[in-house]
Write a new protein. Structure first.
Length: 367
């Protein structure tokens, strides 16, 4: 449970005359409450009033789990046979009276559910978007959050070690993924932060390609993009390795990508902008004539979800501050030839940054 961020949200609510915050995104519910769940079609909600105690609303089958989580306030459940919105309306009026201004997540709340909450809270005459303030709250990590991200990063390093050992001639991309995730589960890691990516040879030229039955072959590069969820926080890192001796061209592309990644990481400090960091990495790749093959942003925020605000991209003049956490992941993807990406997520300090993963970035040649 993140009391610090709940209190910061309440401070903003007071400044903006918001009586009640309705958190609907499961990732954001976990961020504030400490309770993680994927409710699918069922209703999961967190209600935070300006002053009284908040409450968590869950399907009945999750009530006990929620009560045993880090959440220390009330949990109200509902049966599949019940109308959740009618119960929510009654609970809110019983606990808080009639709220006038309700905060909602416009980027996460469906029209259907907005209509449902509006119908049961007739008399609430105003809705205020919480998207920007939640992004802002997630933007600056507490020291505890930094430590949790470091712990998640260490497990990504373990995953790389497992994956690199599994690289052998004739082994498929999917088999390597299976080995990584099986060994992690044996060590207590129950969830990856996204579908693990292992792409061999020409497949790596697709930035988010789909791993399959392609087999590892000598003198090719193999791209690993992976991360875990540990204690509610995510890791995300990418390494590209060579199986047997790479070609001169493969090694050239790798070294350009590494130079771009290291240049961006060295430039991270409070005061630089998100767009400037993106441009620093892009300038390196452009200088070698491969700019058209770096076809995505430099990075994204990370925390309780794997893709958070901010976006490190051209045109984003957000000024980097101490405590921000984001990825730095330049890549070069030349169709039908080669693909290389190198990524670390970092924590911004007063004069630089600390990466969450420490797996070496020099080109590893697996024999």
């Amino acid at each position: 449970m993140n009391n610090v961020k709940i209190n910061e949200l309440r401070k903003w609510m007071a400044q903006n005359q918001v009586d009640l915050a309705y958190i609907s995104d499961p990732g954001h519910i976990a961020y504030f409450s400490g309770y993680e769940s994927e409710p699918h079609e069922r209703v999961l909600a967190l209600f935070i009033p300006l002053e009284q105690d908040p409450f968590l609303f869950t399907p009945a089958l999750e009530v006990e789990d929620a009560q045993n989580s880090a959440w220390s306030f009330d949990v109200r459940g509902y049966l599949d046979s019940e109308n959740p919105w009618e119960i929510i309306g009654k609970e809110i009026r019983h606990r808080y009276g009639q709220p006038g201004n309700i905060g909602i997540e416009k980027n996460a709340l469906t029209v259907d559910r907005f209509d449902a909450i509006s119908d049961v809270l007739t008399g609430s005459d105003n809705f205020t978007d919480l998207t920007a303030i939640i992004q802002r709250l997630q933007l600056i990590k507490t020291l505890e959050e930094k430590d949790q991200l470091l712990a998640a990063g260490k497990w990504a390093d373990v995953a790389f070690e497992i994956g690199f050992k599994a690289v052998k001639e004739g082994v498929t991309e999917q088999a390597i993924i299976a080995e990584i995730e099986y060994q992690l589960k044996k060590q207590g890691v129950s969830q990856m932060s996204f579908d693990t990516i292992v792409l061999a040879g020409k497949n790596a030229a697709s930035p988010h390609g789909a791993p399959g039955s392609t087999k590892i072959s000598p003198n090719e590069l193999v791209l690993f993009d992976l991360g875990v969820v540990w204690d509610g926080y995510c890791s995300d890192a990418t390494r590209t390795v060579a199986y047997k001796k790479p070609t001169e061209f493969q090694e050239k592309i790798y070294q350009i990508t590494l130079e771009a990644q290291l240049a961006a990481q060295a430039a991270v400090r409070p005061g630089v902008t998100a767009a400037e960091l993106d441009q620093i990495a892009r300038n390196v790749i452009n200088s070698y004539g491969y700019g058209e093959y770096f076809n995505h942003r430099l990075g994204h925020g990370i925390g309780t979800t794997v893709h958070e605000f901010p976006s490190l991209v051209a045109g984003n003049d957000l000024v980097i501050e101490e405590g921000m956490c984001f990825s730095l992941e330049p890549g070069i993807y030349i169709p039908d030839q080669v693909g290389v990406r190198i990524e670390d997520c970092v924590y911004v300090t007063k004069d630089g940054c600390i990466p969450f993963t420490t797996t070496p970035k020099e080109l590893l040649v697996i024999e």
